[in-house]
Design a protein around this ligand. Structure first.
Ligand code: GLY
Length: 579
């Protein structure tokens, strides 16, 4: 009895100590702007002046160092892009492409398209056999899967227009990481081990780090060939990649592996400044990427369709909300399949698709209790129309400039082909074209003429780097990887904050769901809906498909007191850093 009492007293004292520690932690948190939210909805990383949120802590640190040296958000974005090509080779890259959205502190907005292009020798049916059937995996793995990379020219063009620090200083951190080495995270070690077989099968010359038996978390990895390639880019900017030794190594790699990218493809590649897509949702101005990405148009279409509904009165976890978003998504992805592609090759009806009335009318046949089968949903007729593994980072600098960049190799580690002697992976972005009308790509997306392969055409993307203003002030910087699911991941994270009062961190962490018209099912992350909600959705006529975690939304929210909250997606190694 005496012993039991003694244990109870010890337990009581321990609990008391734990409570005191928790109380102290809570009061520290309260000092950093968390008082407006409850324990279930805590804020993420807070910084007063500047922030970088990216897929890897080392890349976020590189960006913050550039900002501390007085660089602006574009300088930091260039440094982060090159650093990710080293520390996050599954998606960070110099052998792929992407998009950049910029909002400068005077409110001017810009978008840069550095998407890959089909090679000059590419052609519509290049992935079909003599019977017109798709040759399995030809657009996904190996040398024929790669489009002409756009990242290096994109970074060069961004620097020419907005850079304030010397170009060399922006590349040097990536060169140091590649040359000196850095410790692998658990995820990266697993990624390299799991892909070893695919790398060996796809490569004509396997780099040493591929041939090593097994990588573990904490092992130091060095990429010496990549360090030399980055040094050539540091010295000669775009010419260090599209001409000279790097270009020769790419062309030799293509010749050894039967790929199509030629020296002419490389020397003629140009990133393009385009008008961003701008839309309005309530008090929020959405600034996002236009074609060749579907991201901006589809996001604005979705928000137009949803705005008439009182979303904040809905239960975020209930069937009614999931049903509404799903039905809007089916209509928008049907439009995506028919109308979106590279507007340099296909007449994309941008104005018509962004017309509020058009989008609201698309929801006229919305039934609040019954799912409409995808086979009964078709692309709309936009008014007066006559007739097409990724990673994201968000940056805000101390001067109030903001940058959102989404960049991709397409699948994890792209085509799996390392350019022999140059040490970087090439993309498998050709699979983002519609390789045969009605045949799904790796994300299950289908398409037609708008996104058919043509020489030098850019393949349709879903990347949605987005900057949001509220009442003319910077409010949010957001984006995500996730293929077709990028658009709905950005949409839901945005709505979680503006309609449901979530902190930025909770909004990006929150479980997601997705519908893309075809295949006709709601894909949802395990834990997104309880059994009762599933039952309700099944009764409405939806089909459900559970899946593992997807997308990695990295975002920054400007709080009312002007400080910044980072939302770093816990589905990856993503990290916010700032000062
Ligand atoms: N590669 C994925 C996308 O661009 O949507």
């Amino acid at each position: 009895m005496y012993r039991i009492m003694r244990i109870a007293i010890i337990k009581y004292i321990c609990n008391l100590l734990v409570s005191i520690v928790l109380l102290l932690e809570t009061s520290t948190c309260q000092m950093s702007d968390r008082t407006d939210l409850d324990q279930d909805n805590p804020r993420g990383y807070i910084a007063e002046e500047a922030m970088v949120v990216s897929a890897h802590p080392l890349a976020s640190e590189v960006g913050v160092d550039i900002l501390k040296k007085g660089g602006n958000a574009i300088d930091a974005a260039i440094a982060v892009q090159f650093a990710l090509s080293v520390v996050y080779p599954a998606a960070g890259n110099i052998g792929g492409g992407g998009f950049m959205i910029i909002r400068s502190n005077d409110g001017s907005i810009y978008s840069l398209d550095f998407r890959e292009k089909a090679p000059l020798k590419g052609y519509r049916d290049m992935y079909l056999d003599s019977n017109g059937e798709v040759i399995k995996d030809l657009s996904r793995n190996g040398h024929l899967a790669s489009g002409v990379p756009g990242v290096v020219d994109g970074m060069d063009k961004a620097h020419q227009k907005f850079g304030t620090l010397a170009w060399e200083d922006l590349i040097q951190p990536a060169i140091d990481l590649a040359g000196n080495g850095f410790p692998l995270t658990r995820r990266e070690a697993i990624g390299l081990n799991n892909n070893q077989k695919a790398f060996i099968e796809s490569n004509t010359i396997s780099p040493d780090f591929v041939l090593r038996e097994e990588w573990s978390a904490g092992d130091t990895i060095r990429y010496s060939d990549l360090s030399e390639t980055l040094t050539r880019i540091k010295v000669s900017k775009r010419a260090g990649f599209y001409e000279g030794p790097t270009a020769d190594l790419i062309v030799s790699e293509m010749e050894r592996g039967g790929g199509l990218i030629s020296l002419e493809d490389l020397t003629s590649y140009e990133a393009i400044w385009r008008d961003p897509i701008v839309g309005q949702y309530k008090d929020y101005k959405i600034i996002s990427m236009g074609p060749p990405s579907a991201g901006g148009i589809s996001l604005v279409q979705l928000l137009h369709m949803l705005e008439p509904f009182p979303l904040s009165e809905y239960d975020l976890d209930g069937a009614q909300y999931i049903h509404l978003l799903t039905e809007a998504e089916k209509r928008v992805y049907a439009d995506r399949a028919k109308y979106l592609g590279d507007m340099d090759f296909f007449d994309v009806p941008i104005k018509q698709l962004l017309n509020r009335t058009y989008n609201e009318n698309r929801m006229e046949d919305f039934d609040p209790v019954h799912a409409k089968p995808s086979d009964d949903i078709f692309a709309g007729e936009p008014l007066a129309y006559e007739s097409s593994e990724t990673t994201h980072f968000s940056i805000v600098d101390p001067y109030g400039n903001a940058v959102a960049v989404t960049t991709t190799l397409n699948g994890g580690y792209g085509s799996k082909v390392f350019v022999g002697g140059a040490g970087f992976l090439l993309n498998n972005e050709m699979d983002d074209f519609s390789i045969k009308p009605g045949t799904p790509n790796m994300f299950g997306l289908i398409g037609g003429d708008a996104n058919a392969i043509e020489p030098e055409k850019r393949m349709l993307s879903s990347m949605t780097p987005t900057i949001v203003e509220k009442n003319n002030d910077l409010y949010m910087v957001i984006g995500s990887p996730g293929g077709s699911k990028i658009i709905t991941s950005v949409l839901q994270s945005f709505l979680n904050v503006v309609e449901f009062g979530q902190s930025m961190q909770k909004a990006v962490t929150y479980k997601r769901f997705h519908h893309q018209w075809k295949p006709d099912h709601i894909m949802f992350e395990s834990g997104r809906m309880d059994d009762e909600v599933k039952e309700d959705l099944l009764v409405m006529g939806h089909k459900l498909m559970i899946r593992g975690p997807y997308s990695r939304v990295d975002a920054i929210l400007v709080l009312e007191n002007g400080s910044l909250e980072g939302g770093a997606d816990p589905r990856g190694d993503d990290a916010a850093s700032g000062f």
